[in-house]
Design a protein around this ligand. Structure first.
Ligand code: CA
Ligand code: CA
Ligand code: CA
Ligand code: CA
Length: 726
């Protein structure tokens, strides 16, 4: 009967009717157009809590109630009563409508879809500690325009928060900073957050659940339309994603729709669930040509996570962009319950600077989530996105293992492979609770240490108790990530030469070229080698880089040599190789080979310079060997192929690209093809056709998705083209 009684209350306020039956029919047909809501609470003292209902409604619906009745229940303590909360703020139009169009907001009598927010607040005195307090609010009716549930206008809203003040002396619920985004773009992927934070520092977990109706006082999950669900409430081109740790939602709608969804946000202290808050909210998917504004990761990169130590000043910049050339952006930091600050430069696309000096009280195994909102000034509706930055505050115990930082120098990169090589096959105590996640992991010291004084346990990157092949995985996974720790560099024990030589002096566009890497001096003792090379992406097709260690002076990869190469995708190639048998080798010779394909858009003549740099060699005991670097230069000449070679070497086309089941290699040169080969990106031959016909049909159904190369060879040489299988 509760539902009925409440409809009556709402409608009497409107003075529409005094008869319950008429009131009920009015409310069902017109409704209060609830867009969403949530209940949060703040601890006042003892068992007193300030309750807040934040209530969102569509401006074209009936006015919001002048007070809100919150039900308070605890089954275990046999408590059930209600409290009426007066309005504390609002109603406010919170729609992302630009100033010039505000007069056309439906909150101002216009036609633009708009949402208003009202906040109700009041203090409740609980009878004592109970582990199952429920604060709830219910009201008919939802917005009839909702499209992902059937007959939404006849369904009620039920909002709830829970508190366990039996297992902890007090709790403040999570809170939501800023204004929720309620309009998103069709056919665009939007990244959004509700900017949740907890002033107590409790750990927060996010989950998508069904929005609820109610029968009596009891919540009832609302069923979604066919094909949709609580975790997939949108009609979308790819699944809606919720990061359960950061609360970041990624939505790719591909239909106009009005979608209601609900998120459960749970708090845990010492592993105990001490409270839950539910935000029930509605998104309108609209058509707009406005491009969404974006924010970079930390200091302009695409990494959104970092680590710091208490007492250190953590500062980083975030860059904003928007594909719309004349819009002006704003960046703001969501409220977050810490002392972190954020400033921005005044510019069309501002740069924001985040600063935080955490204290020892901030040390936590959980990351702090800071959300930055970026907004453009598009009209009628602003475009908004949220980006989450995770910051770990560590105890900064130098004894902790950071998985992948095998040499414990504060970063996971190529040099860590050298420590894996030096410690190869050594066993020690496995790490308790080990993972390859980039967090500080306490670990018992092993008997051995490297020359630098760093314990061998750091090279057991996956924590399974032995340094072996699998320990390259965490280096790769956490490549380039930093943690706050500095150690002195190891001693230097020798000097040698590393030389890169190109296989040609001059080549044309879209052509294959080898860079041979060799130790060109006699080395007394060496065990491992790491270096970087830069291949200018305007001249080299970075996606085609192939490394090959066949015939390496260091041994055979996977047998007596461990290797790691990392293509950063922006021209840098990091290479590291090491023996695994704890025995130095001496002499010199080939290290490996990097094969590239020049880009097809070089105009005129360009010089490609390639030299190794940041070279580190080590002995089996970890002494460092310094290297001189010798590079090479190649002229890339757009017209290089020349008349003679143009006629002699194979000329062919490959289609379709991309392909999934069949390709044609069509030859139109003068000299008969001898072979057509397909190679994968690792240089492995996956298919060879001898004596192909001029229009050779090749089935590629058996090939995995990815990039391949088609090599056509005649008596005068080989030509190569890229192939994409999808
Ligand atoms: Ca809390
Ligand atoms: Ca824009
Ligand atoms: Ca390292
Ligand atoms: Ca291991």
């Amino acid at each position: 009967m509760k539902k009925f009684a409440h409809i009556l209350t709402t409608c009497i306020q409107l003075s529409i009717a005094t008869l319950a039956i008429i009131a009920a029919s009015f409310c069902t047909s017109s409704g209060s157009h609830i867009v969403g809501g949530e209940i949060t609470y703040q601890w006042v003292s003892g068992n007193d809590y300030k309750l807040r209902l934040t209530y969102y409604s569509d401006c074209s619906g009936i006015p919001n109630p002048t007070s809100a009745l919150i039900e308070v229940n605890s089954q275990s303590c046999a408590q059930s009563f209600s409290i009426s909360l007066p309005i504390a703020a609002g109603p406010d139009d919170i729609s992302p409508i630009c100033a010039a169009s505000l007069s056309n907001s439906s909150c101002n009598g216009g036609t633009l879809y708009a949402v208003r927010r009202v906040i109700y607040e009041g203090v409740v005195s609980l009878s004592g500690p109970c582990n199952d307090w429920v604060f709830s609010y219910n009201e008919c009716c939802r917005n009839a325009a909702i499209t992902n549930i059937t007959s939404a206008g006849g369904l009620g809203s039920y909002f709830e928060a829970t508190l366990n003040n039996l297992d902890v002396p007090f709790n403040n619920s999570v809170e939501f900073a800023g204004i929720p985004v309620h309009m998103i773009q069709n056919n665009t992927t939007s990244s959004l957050s509700w900017n949740t934070f907890d002033v107590d520092g409790d750990s927060i977990h996010y989950e998508m659940v069904a929005p609820r109706d109610y029968i009596g006082l009891n919540p009832v999950n609302i069923a979604f339309n066919a094909g949709l669900s609580a975790t997939q409430p949108f009609i979308a081109s790819s699944p809606t994603l919720l990061n359960s740790q950061t609360g970041l939602l990624t939505i790719s709608p591909n239909a106009l729709q009005i979608t209601v969804m609900s998120m459960k946000i749970s708090e845990f202290r010492n592993g105990i669930n001490i409270g839950n808050v539910y935000r029930d909210y509605q998104f309108a998917v609209i058509n707009t040509s406005n491009a969404l504004p974006k924010l970079s990761g930390i200091n302009g990169n695409n990494i959104y996570m970092t680590n710091t130590c208490p007492g250190d000043t953590l500062q980083f910049n975030v860059l904003s962009t928007d594909a719309d050339p004349f819009q002006i952006l704003e960046i703001s930091l969501g409220n977050n319950g810490t002392s972190a600050s954020f400033t921005t430069t005044p510019a069309q696309f501002p740069v924001g600077t985040f600063t935080w000096i955490p204290s020892t009280a901030d040390i936590s195994s959980q990351p702090y989530i800071f959300t930055l909102n970026v907004r453009d000034d598009n009209c009628d509706y602003y475009g908004t996105q949220t980006f989450a930055y995770q910051i770990y505050v560590n105890g900064c115990n130098t004894n902790d293992v950071w998985p992948g930082d095998a040499n414990s120098d504060g970063v996971a990169n190529l040099y860590d492979l050298l420590s894996v090589g030096i410690g190869f096959n050594t066993s020690g105590t496995p790490r308790v609770g080990a993972s390859t996640n980039w967090i500080a992991q306490p670990s018992v010291n092993w008997p051995n240490s490297f020359l630098s004084g760093i314990n061998y346990k750091h090279a057991d990157t996956d924590g399974n108790g032995i340094i072996e092949w699998s320990d390259t995985t965490a280096i790769f996974q956490n490549y380039g990530l930093n943690h706050p720790l500095r150690t002195a560099p190891p001693a230097v024990a020798g000097l040698a030469d590393l030389t890169i030589t190109a296989s040609a002096d001059t080549i044309g566009t879209s052509m294959l070229l080898d860079f041979n890497i060799e130790i060109t001096s006699f080395v007394d003792s060496i065990y491992g080698l790491a270096f970087r090379m830069y291949l200018d992406p305007s001249l080299v097709d970075i996606s085609t880089l192939q490394t090959n260690y066949t015939g390496s002076f260091f041994g055979t990869s996977g047998t007596d040599m461990v290797k790691l190469d990392y293509n950063t995708g922006n021209g840098l190639l990091d290479v590291a190789i090491s023996r695994i048998d704890h025995t130095n080798i001496s002499g010199g010779g080939p290290v490996g080979k990097v094969t590239i394909v020049t880009t097809d858009n070089v105009s005129g003549k360009m010089m490609l310079n390639v030299a190794p740099f940041d070279i580190v060699g080590v002995t089996a005991t970890g002494d460092e060997i310094n290297f001189n670097s010798f590079g090479d230069a190649v002229v890339i000449d757009q017209n290089f192929t020349g008349i003679n070679e143009h006629n002699l070497t194979p000329e062919f086309s490959v289609y379709p690209i991309p392909a999934s089941d069949m390709i044609f290699v069509e030859h139109y040169g003068q000299n008969k093809l001898l072979t057509v080969e397909i190679e994968d990106v690792n240089g492995r031959d996956v298919m060879t056709i001898n004596n192909p016909v001029n229009k050779q049909q090749i089935s590629v159904q058996s090939l995995n998705k990815g990039v391949y190369f088609i090599k056509a060879t005649n008596a005068f040489g080989t030509s190569i083209k890229k192939l994409m299988i999808f």
